[in-house]
Every structure is written in structure tokens, then in C-alpha cells.
Ligand binder design. Structure first.
Ligand code: C2O
Length: 542
């Protein structure tokens, strides 16, 4: 195994899109930032030096960071942010994973522009479980705001802005030729007739779940969130913020230019979207002047497409890539997802939106939770996050008048080492129903069941898929429905779990698990220091 080193210089750069130029925060001046290439088994050392005016941290989304939460990256969860002018080295092994993941800033809304791909190749000599593609490329979906995103956050945190508040969607940082001043901000990919290409698609958008398709070409899904799936062919994919999807595309047309397109799936009542991002797939030798054919995307509110698409996602579940679904559950958790409003004298309208799990809106601490946990710092967090709501109610009945009370707190849930956990995430009609992509740090989980309406503990578990459910790190909880996940808590540390819509995270739709220490974890101070746990981030114990 090799040690691969990267230098990430966080720096402000002027970028123009949609006829607007503005300074944005970047890594090494790129938008998107650099792609990290590694092989399964390699060790990564990424030195991040912060030259921007914002304190920040970077998260390696989907990397399990086995017994190494110090390198996970969410600010105030596993580290204090990297101050302007300072550096921090993320040092971790890429073990037992191969495929597409990504990295992004993990503080405020800085991930709007600070993100990039992580490509993990299988070990030398280990082929893909699908035909070797001729070439591959990353397709990173994102959003563009004409205004400064960080000043926009305050507004977003107090006013109930719709999720799709950006000015354009982007493909590899570019909105494509349907937008003004964007001819030259168009991603184009050249293909040779008859060859097969691997597209590593990443949804880095802040707030929108997206459909993606290519005119005239089918997509064969082979992997999600760096886990191989049973291949299936589809005209379009659906991808939530945080998720990755690898697809094979065969250049099986005679010739021509074709649009790739991405636009939101919106099943909540939100305004019509006119921010479709496009890019171009172009056959070798075709003139640039030939107009591309328009793509056929599902309708923005096509819930039945979404349900049937998600049903097709299955683990590969072969002897080489087994789906080790926990069959017996040690700990059952049931979390409701809800919205509310609370008074806020300093906010624009005197109130602010809150979002909560089991009616608890998460408050970020002032020091890293992982540090507080290992150094046993009192008063930073409690471990009394309830396993279920205090009073069950008709979660998706409308309109709801009871159960609106929300409290705020830094409350975590303690999980025994190596226990098996089932978590049912239940959307509610508190204020409004909406879909939520939930991301768990430090783990993959199996999506054993999902449904519309209220979860029924008497009937629904009988319908679980415990054979080949999809394994991933981010899953969409459907609007007005529920999703059940299972995982084995074999990775000690403090692990964040949150909605990957930045708007909702900002309103408090997040919490963290403390997974207790199992045998073999070195708890001595020197042991901890050897884990790239720099002296500079020691909390002030005095
Ligand atoms: Cu992709 Cu906690 O984030």
C-alpha cells in the first residue's frame, strides 16, 4: 500500500458564471476542486492550509475512518475548524472500500463551492465486477448562487426559503449553454462510437435532489456510495445531496451531440424549476455547430419514478461482495423528522425555522464532540437523546396541531460497541412534509425498508429486504414516509448524522452517536496523539 499526499490550499478566487463575477472559496483555485485518486488499501495524507477568511474543515464523505474519527472533518464534531492561516493534516487509511466518494467543506454553507471527487480504484489486479469501461470521468452536480452564499445563510436560517434558492444547477461547476453568458461554461465529454464509459456521478448540490440523464443513451447503474450494486439499466437516475452513483454509458449512437441534464426532483410544493444544468456528450469528429438533442427527464414531481428507481437499487451480494445485513437487532431507534418555528429576537422576522429529530433541534457545541468525549470534558454534551418520541402520534396526519414543541440541545445517543442498530426515520407533517437525504458519518448502512405514511412496527418489518438491500451512507427519507436502516456499530467514536440538505442542517436537523470503545482501541494519550490528533486542537482543560 502506498502513502498518497495531497496539498489543499483553501483560497479565494474570482469566478464568473451567469454573467456574474464574484469571489468564491476554492481548494487550489478549482471549482470543483481537485480529484483525489487512491487505491483501496492506500493511506492518504492531505494537508489543508486555510488562506480564506472563513474558519473551515473538510469532510471525506463516505470514508469510514475506521477507529480514526480524528480525520472525519465535520467542524465541532470531530475537530475545531482550521483557523485562517493555519493547517491541519488529515491522515487516514482507505480500507475495505472502492468506488466513488467525495470531499466537501463541513461548516456553514462553504461546501457550496468547496468540493471535489474521491476516486478509489480497486486493489491492483482486482477487476471491477462489471465489464471494464474504456474511459471514465467524474460528473459532479452542484448549484450556483449569484449572491454570496455565506451572507445568504443568515437569511436562509431565519426565513423559510424554498430548497431551490440557487440561480442555476451545475455539472462540473458549469451551468451549460441554456443560461446567459454560459457558452464557455459548458462541460463537454468526447466519446468514441461503440465504446463504454464509466461516469462517476456525485450530487454536491446544497439543497436539491436531482434527476440526471443523457439524451439518446441509457445508463447502467453499477455502484452507489462506493458499494457495488446489481446492475440495472435506466433512462434517468435520481441522486440526493451526498450520494454518488456510478453508471456505464455505451456510446451506441451513430454520431452526434447529446445533452446531459440535471434538474431537481421536487415532490414538495415548491416553485417551477428553470435551472436545469446541461453538459454535452459529443461523438468524436462531430462539428461543434450541430445542435444537441434535448433530453427526456422525468417530471419534477414524478414520485412514482422515484419510488420505482429506489426499489431497483440492490446490493451486488456475491461471495466477493456479500451483503452482511444484521439479522438480529440489539437496539431499535425511531426518530421523527419535523419542522417548527421559534422566536428569535435577532432574526429578520422575529422568528426562526427549526428542524428536529424527535422534537430536538441540535445545537452545535463550542469544542469538538470527539475531543470532549475522549478527554471526558463535562458539560459539552449529554447522551440522553431519546430512542423514540415521547408521545407517539399520527405522524403523517394533516394538519398537525399537537407535538409542535421543539427543544434545542447538544444531545447524543450512546451506542454499545459492536451492537446492531435499526433506525427508522419517520417524516412528519409538522409544518410540512418534505424528503430528507440522511447521511451517517463513519458507517455504511443497509436500507432494509421504506414506505409512505406511518411506519407500522407490527407489519412493516415483515416486508424488510434482509437479503440484498442497498448499502450506502446517505439515504432519502421519502416525503410523508419512512425509511429503515440497519448497521453494526463496530466503529468507535463520535459520528454525526444529519439531513444533507444544508438548509435543514442549519435549522438543526442533525444529531450524533457516541459509539463506545471496543477492545483494541488505544485510549492512552500517546495513542491518541499518534492518530494525527494535533496539539493545536487540544481543548482548553483549565
Ligand atoms: Cu457530506 Cu456530514 O456530510
Amino acid at each position: 500500500a502506498a502513502i498518497k499526499k495531497y496539498q489543499f490550499d483553501v483560497q479565494v478566487k474570482n469566478v464568473s458564471r451567469l454573467c456574474h463575477a464574484k469571489p468564491i472559496v476554492t481548494v487550489n483555485g478549482g471549482f470543483p476542486g481537485p480529484t483525489i485518486y487512491v487505491r483501496e488499501g492506500d493511506r492518504l495524507q492531505i494537508n489543508v492550509t486555510n488562506h480564506a477568511q472563513y474558519n473551515m474543515s473538510i469532510h471525506w464523505h463516505g470514508l469510514k475512518q475506521y477507529r480514526n474519527g480524528w480525520a472525519d472533518g465535520p467542524a465541532y464534531v470531530t475537530q475545531c475548524p482550521i483557523q485562517t492561516g493555519s493547517s491541519y493534516t488529515y491522515d487516514f487509511n482507505v480500507t475495505g472500500q472502492r468506488g466513488t466518494l467525495w470531499w466537501h467543506a463541513h461548516i456553514l454553507w462553504l461546501r457550496a463551492t468547496v468540493y471535489g471527487a474521491i476516486v478509489i480504484m480497486p486493489k491492483q489486479g482486482t477487476p471491477f465486477p462489471f465489464p471494464q469501461p474504456y474511459r471514465e470521468t467524474e460528473i459532479i452536480l452542484g448549484e450556483w448562487w449569484n449572491v454570496d452564499v455565506e451572507t445568504f445563510v443568515n437569511k436562509a436560517n431565519s426565513l423559510g426559503l424554498p430548497p431551490n434558492s440557487s440561480d442555476a444547477h451545475t455539472i462540473n461547476g458549469k451551468p451549460g449553454p441554456l443560461f446567459p453568458c454560459s457558452e464557455k461554461h459548458t462541460f463537454a465529454m468526447e466519446v468514441e462510437q461503440g465504446k463504454t464509459y464509466l461516469l462517476r456521478i456525485i450530487n454536491a448540490a446544497l439543497n436539491d435532489e436531482l434527476f440526471f440523464c443523457i439524451a439518446g443513451h441509457n445508463l447502467t447503474v453499477v455502484e452507489v456510495d462506493a458499494v457495488y450494486t446489481k446492475p440495472f439499466t435506466t433512462q434517468a437516475i435520481l441522486i440526493a445531496p451526498g450520494q454518488t452513483t456510478n453508471v456505464l454509458v455505451k456510446a451506441n449512437q451513430a454520431s452526434g451531440r447529446y445533452f446531459m441534464a440535471a434538474r431537481p426532483f421536487m415532490d414538495a410544493p415548491v416553485p417551477v424549476d428553470n435551472k436545469t444544468a446541461t453538459a454535452i456528450l459529443q461523438y468524436q469528429g462531430v462539428l461543434n455547430t450541430i445542435l444537441p438533442s434535448l433530453p427526456q427527464l422525468p417530471n419534477p414531481n414524478d414520485t412514482s419514478f422515484a419510488l420505482s428507481y429506489n426499489k431497483k437499487l440492490r446490493s451486488l451480494n456475491t461471495p466477493n461482495f456479500p451483503a452482511n445485513v444484521p439479522l438480529k437487532v440489539d437496539r431499535k431507534l425511531f426518530y421523527t423528522i419535523g419542522f417548527g418555528k421559534e422566536s428569535c429576537p435577532s432574526c429578520i422576522n422575529g422568528t426562526r425555522f427549526v428542524a428536529s429529530l424527535n422534537n430536538i433541534s441540535f445545537e452545535m457545541p463550542q469544542v469538538g464532540l470527539l475531543q470532549a468525549h475522549y478527554f471526558n470534558l463535562k458539560g459539552v454534551f449529554k447522551t440522553d437523546f431519546p430512542d423514540r418520541p415521547s408521545t407517539p402520534f399520527n405522524y403523517t396526519g394533516a394538519p398537525l396541531t399537537a407535538n409542535l414543541g421543539t427543544s434545542t440541545g447538544t444531545r447524543l445517543s450512546k451506542i454499545a460497541f459492536n451492537s446492531t442498530v435499526e433506525l427508522v426515520l419517520q417524516d412528519t407533517n409538522l409544518l410540512t412534509v418534505e424528503s430528507h437525504p440522511f447521511h451517517l458519518h463513519g458507517y455504511n448502512f443497509f436500507v432494509v425498508g421504506t414506505g409512505i405514511g406511518n411506519f407500522d412496527p407490527a407489519k412493516d418489518p415483515a416486508k424488510y429486504n434482509l437479503v440484498d438491500p442497498v448499502e450506502r451512507n446517505t439515504v432519502g427519507v421519502p416525503t410523508g414516509g419512512w425509511t429503515a436502516i440497519r448497521f453494526r456499530a463496530d466503529n468507535p467514536g463520535v459520528w454525526f448524522m444529519h439531513c444533507h440538505l444544508e438548509l435543514h442542517t442549519g435549522w438543526g436537523l442533525k444529531m450524533a452517536f457516541v459509539v463506545e470503545d471496543g477492545p483494541g482501541l488505544d485510549l492512552s494519550i500517546s495513542g491518541r496523539r499518534s492518530r494525527s490528533y494535533g496539539e493545536t486542537i487540544l481543548p482548553d482543560l483549565g
